[in-house]
Design a protein around this ligand. Structure first.
Ligand code: ADP
Ligand code: MG
Ligand code: ZN
Length: 559
């Protein structure tokens, strides 16, 4: 039987995907290989199909006992004899599998890594007595400290090459940067492995980052238009998954929680309900999702900042396996970055701390991008992606630009007429024609009084912030900061130059320039920080002090 025939016979598929065929050929020739393919790409087939074609047994190492049963059941249904051995079985069941292995009735044997090479285990001796054709190591990044999901028991897999020197090994993962790839090859002692790296781009997923402000309100806003859809919301802590799922239920949402602290039966039940669409929203820690093949997840929300790009990308990859448009939304706050920074410092392991901090830094950079997010992600995984994607929030913002010249002229002339002696709120009240007593009677006579009454206060704040960032207005560094013109303002007022504004929706402000993080080495640096902040009214800001005190200025209002 050829690979194509087997593909058709056992799986009913007509074509190979990505590099499946080349990978399978490589294995049939007895060579080691490392496979990187995105989640949902079709990695399982790369070892299951050779398992059928090769004469002996294929051993599959997979980290999650809970998922083995599903995979083995699915294989048996397609007519591929498979079994698993793990601690959930009684000795009778184990004996039966052992005798089936001996008699050659099983083609694929799934194992969890933990018991394999422990000193009291006779499993290796037994396996060596069998005709083993192939060893497949799924989720191979678990062997590396540099990966995002290190599992110490995976380290034992390094014994495979010494115990089974002649048997080809295929290592598979959906996520590994260059460093992790090398680590996998080293730790597994792969012999000149061929590397198969599929494109990691998931064109049907759109990426978006918003500044975390009133996060629950923002989330409800997002969910409101997606009530019928299925999604995953990732939180950093177990407690927050429970809190958030309770809060969502109180709002009428069909949400459940999932984290490693729940007992096994609750976890299995919640997962099952989610797979069967009985629960729409799974609020989870990163413990949820690996190996779960649910095709219609329409969105993945990161309610807290992920620790690194690898984890983030794999988690977002759980959306849209059916190829339909799906969303990845991340709530970014500098406060989260600060919290994670402390976690990233591993006592007594400087190397690891350094790498974790670097990865966190790359994650924060992603959140603050002003260029295409997909491009950044692809480049992070060393993939060429020369053009902007056109579908991430940054690319879409480009389309939201509009000519704001008239608005800018109104604002600048109000500042000028007020003699450059008033702050933002006063200028906005004047523009909007506020009847408040705070506006001096003589100012109510000005030509600019009320010329901006068709624009909301919040929008004026955004436009003025954009004027400040374009250096067309400046905010003074006084106890009562006031708006002043700049040397560039004149050109606008005279109509010699146009101004572009970006239209930003309420609650959907992108995280990009609005949330500055300042690291102040000493308290006296605060003055400089304050100077920077004065340009960014109504913007949440965080000052990180060297003595590890986090000072959060929720809303910085100069007036
Ligand atoms: P991964 O392990 O890479 O996340 P899976 O091996 O679980 O992905 O495969 C994801 C889905 O894609 C499965 O439903 C699988 O049957 C399907 N699939 C794999 N290869 C093909 C193919 N060549 N044609 C069509 N569907 C495929
Ligand atoms: Mg898989
Ligand atoms: Zn883009």
């Amino acid at each position: 039987m050829t690979p194509s025939e087997a593909l058709h016979k056992y799986y009913g598929y007509t074509k190979f995907r990505h590099q499946q065929e080349a990978i399978i050929q490589n294995i049939l020739q007895g060579k080691d290989c490392l496979v990187l393919m995105p989640t949902g790409g079709g990695k399982s087939l790369c070892y299951q199909l050779p398992a059928v074609l090769l004469p002996g047994i294929t051993i599959v190492i997979s980290p999650l006992i809970a998922l083995m049963k599903d995979q083995v059941d699915a294989l048996n249904l397609t007519g591929i004899p498979a079994a698993y051995l793990n601690s959930s079985q009684n000795s009778g069941e184990q004996q039966e599998i052992i005798s089936n292995l001996k008699s050659g009735r099983i083609k694929l044997l799934y194992l969890a890594p933990e018991r394999l090479f422990s000193s009291e285990s006779r499993l290796v001796t037994f396996l060596k007595s069998l005709p083993v054709s192939l060893i497949a190591i799924d989720e191979a990044h678990c062997i590396s400290h540099w990966g995002h999901d290190f599992r110490p028991e995976y380290l034992m897999l390094s014994h495979f090459k010494t115990e089974f020197p002649q048997i080809p090994v295929i290592a598979l993962t959906a996520t590994a940067d260059k460093l992790t790839r090398q680590d996998i090859k080293d730790k597994l002692a792969l012999d000149h492995p061929a590397e198969f790296v599929s494109s990691f781009n998931r064109p049907n997923i759109s990426y978006k980052v918003v500044a975390k402000k009133d996060s629950f309100g923002q989330l409800l806003n997002f969910l409101n238009t997606r009530k019928e859809e299925s999604g995953i919301i990732y939180c950093l802590s177990r407690a927050s998954t429970e809190q958030l799922s309770t809060d969502l239920r109180a709002q009428g949402y069909n949400a459940d929680a999932y984290h490693a602290g729940l007992d096994t039966s609750t976890k299995a039940l919640n997962q099952e309900k989610f797979l069967r669409d009985e629960v729409k929203i799974m609020v989870a820690t990163i413990a949820f999702g690996m190996g779960i093949n649910k095709s219609n997840v329409r969105y993945v929300v990161h309610y807290d900042l992920p620790k690194n790009i690898e984890g983030y990308y794999q988690e977002t990859g759980r959306a849209g396996r059916d190829g339909l448009p799906s969303e990845a939304l991340l709530f970014f706050s500098a406060g989260d970055a600060f919290k994670l920074k402390r976690f990233a410092q591993v006592d007594g392991n400087e190397d690891q701390s350094r790498i974790m901090l670097k990865k966190l830094d790359d994650m924060v950079k992603y959140c603050q991008l002003q260029t295409c997010r997909r491009q950044y992600l692809m480049q992070y995984f060393n993939e060429d992606f020369p053009d902007r994607c056109g579908s991430c929030d940054v690319c879409l913002t480009e389309f939201k630009k509009f000519d704001g010249t008239v608005l800018a002229q109104k604002a600048l002339s109000a500042v000028a007429r007020l003699g450059q002696r008033f702050g933002t709120n006063y200028v906005i009240d004047l523009l909007r024609g506020s009847r408040s007593e705070k506006i001096r009677p003589e100012h109510k006579q000005l030509k600019t009084y009320g010329i901006g009454s068709d624009v909301s206060k919040a929008d004026w704040q955004r436009y003025i912030a954009q004027l400040v960032s374009q250096n067309l207005l400046q905010v003074t560094d006084d106890d009562y900061p006031v708006l002043k013109l700049t040397p560039l303002s004149d050109n606008i007022l005279k109509g010699n130059r146009n101004v572009e504004f970006v239209f930003v929706e309420e609650l959907e402000d992108t995280a990009t320039p609005q949330t500055p993080v300042y690291e102040a080495g000493l308290l006296q640096d605060l003055k400089t920080v304050r100077l920077n902040l004065a340009n960014k009214e109504n913007v949440p800001a965080y000052i990180i002090l060297s003595d590890a005190t986090l000072l959060e200025i929720a809303t910085f209002l100069p007036q």
